[in-house]
Write a protein that binds this ligand. Sequence first.
Ligand code: TYD
Length: 133
Amino acid sequence: MKAYKVNFQQKGDVNGHLVVAESGKEIPFEVKRIFYIYDTKKDVVRGKHANLNSEFVIINISGSSKIMVSDGVDKEIFCLDKPHEAVYIPKMLWKEMYDFSENSILLVLSNELYDPDEYLRDYDDYCKIIKGE
Ligand code: TYD
């Protein structure tokens, strides 16, 4: 399963915009958790983990940031700079978020409640698990 870009429909008019994201429609799972990342200093790299069970939809609702996603072999970089665009990240992909603009607010939706035990935070361990070692 690969990560992919999600384009939300922009509703609204000249007076302003609104984006709707519903479970089972734009979001390919039942949302159990949301969190957001903001005030991230420049040059900071966040994430640096893979998840055994959690899937994510990540939206840069303000400002911009980049997300690097890897399966241990190939890498893909997503640039997020529009509140109506997102990236879907399935479980067991390595991810790193970086290049945050000063006003960046990164909204994250997930299918799982927080469980620190399902986070793989060591890249070498992650690669071993992926290769079945
Ligand atoms: P962390 O996963 O290290 O953040 P990032 O991947 O953005 O660098 O989490 C930072 C802190 O927040 C850490 O103490 C764990 C806590 N946390 C929760 O309590 N619940 C959550 O859902 C998340 C994502 C983090």
